[in-house]
Design a binder for this molecule. Structure first.
Ligand code: NAD
Ligand code: MG
Length: 387
């Protein structure tokens, strides 16, 4: 029997890597849903190749174009954010949540509520609404399979172990493209420099997050929700080669690590095949050629984002959602050439310095915090631009 897969964010970096694996093992899969934000041509092409039951474009204005692109195929066509949520209810065996940003929250949540297992790449959803998402998964019996390479590594290192026997989680970080730069030098870096990650090829937003180390901060929050062992037991360790994708230390001081080439198809395959394994076309790891593995403590003076994230999740409530929204706006402004690189984290800091938002009880509360935080961040961005 073929397994059914719904892929949200099919045209992105994680989406394309997922389809690479499906393509290589076409007999194993049938697609239920494919979605994209606004690239109708690419979604149309992918839908014609993979023949999902339904194709959804988030941008409502592109509905007619998608309908035209898929005319005669028998593939159901839908558009808009509501349609994304509806598509999350489509019968399926696994949902790959690979939309970037809080834009993926509603559909990911709907999939969990429907009891679908979710391969989760969309870390911003978990950062913004971790408690609601993990509660929804518990209530429906859905499993969250982490796709983020670090969390997938931890998930693998926990196989057969118990969280109560874990002493520490060691979250590794490459340090990004500016790891060795002074703060003064970082003041002048360009978007092109920031998206050129030394080890991984990824979407623009996460690449900038890696450069500010916000990515590791978001991953700290992500780890806290996925592996609740206590925030103080989750450490960040800089490891520039990105060969060890994270580690778990048990109470007996034994440490397990997961290693592999920096290729997202490895953690994606792990989530797709779980609890089994599947072949991948990925390069073998040549440790002799790599020669050495380096480690260093993170420098929170030059990269304050991880400390901001640790404080936000320690405070809890809506603070992480507020932080995430401010970061999304600031990263967008930096990529558009509107603010400097250091202004990204300055904007986030100024937004989370405000009074704490009320504790969120529902997804609607999270969306309200998200919207208010975006507006506040936008104000700071506009001010930065006018100095
Ligand atoms: P990307 O920018 O390459 O792709 C994003 C996808 O989301 C695209 O398909 C796009 O059409 C869709 N999308 C964007 N905005 C949308 C909106 N408003 N509504 C609906 N759909 C929208 O991003 P990516 O690098 O593939 O990252 C996807 C997610 O996976 C992110 O949360 C990222 O943090 C996480 N992740 C990515 C990598 C990686 O290697 N790229 C690694 C770990 C985690
Ligand atoms: Mg990661």
């Amino acid at each position: 029997m073929k397994r059914r897969l719904s892929l949200f964010g099919a045209t992105g970096s994680v989406g394309r890597s997922t389809l690479d694996l499906v393509r290589a093992d076409g007999e194993a899969w049938s697609l239920s849903v494919l979605t994209a934000n606004s690239d109708v041509a690419e979604l149309g092409r992918l839908a014609r190749e993979f023949r999902p039951t339904r194709a959804v474009i988030a941008d409502e204005a592109r509905f007619g174009d998608l309908k035209e692109a898929l005319a005669g195929t028998g593939i159901e066509v839908a558009a808009g954010t509501e349609a994304l949520v509806e598509a999350a209810n489509e019968p399926t065996d696994l949902v790959m949540a690979a939309i970037v940003g809080c834009a993926g929250l509603a559909s990911t949540m709907a999939a969990l509520e429907a009891g679908h297992d979710v391969a989760l790449a969309n870390k911003e959803a978990l950062v913004s609404a971790g408690e609601l998402m993990t509660a929804a998964a518990r209530a429906s019996g859905a499993t969250i399979l982490p796709v983020d390479s670090e969390h997938n590594a931890i998930f693998q290192c926990l196989a057969g172990g118990r969280l109560s026997e874990v002493r520490r989680i060691i979250l590794t970080a490459s340090g990004g493209p500016f790891r060795a730069m002074s703060a003064a030098e970082m003041a002048h870096v360009t978007p092109a420099q920031a998206v050129a990650h030394p080890n991984w090829s990824m979407g623009a937003k996460i690449s900038v997050d890696s450069a500010t180390m916000m990515n590791k901060g978001l991953e700290l929050i992500e780890a806290h929700h996925l592996f609740p062992i206590g925030l103080e037991r989750i450490e960040i360790l800089v490891h520039p080669q990105s060969v060890i994708h994270s580690m778990v230390e048990y109470i007996d001081r034994s440490i397990l690590a997961q290693l592999g080439s920096p290729d997202m198809r490895i953690p994606i395959s792990s989530a797709l095949a779980w609890p089994r394994r599947m072949e991948t076309p990925c390069a073998p790891l040549d440790l002799a050629a790599i020669g050495r593995l380096d480690f260093e403590a993170p420098d929170e003076a030059r990269f304050p984002a991880t400390a901001l994230c640790r404080a936000a999740i320690a405070e809890g409530g809506a603070r992480p959602a507020q932080l995430n929204a401010a970061n999304e706006v600031a990263v967008g402004a930096f990529l558009a050439g509107r603010i400097s690189f250091p202004a990204i984290i300055d904007t986030v800091r100024r937004v989370v310095d405000a009074a704490a938002p009320a504790r969120p009880g529902s997804l609607q509360d999270i969306f309200s915090v998200d919207a208010a935080s975006r507006a506040a961040a936008q104000q700071f961005v506009d001010q930065c631009e006018h100095v």
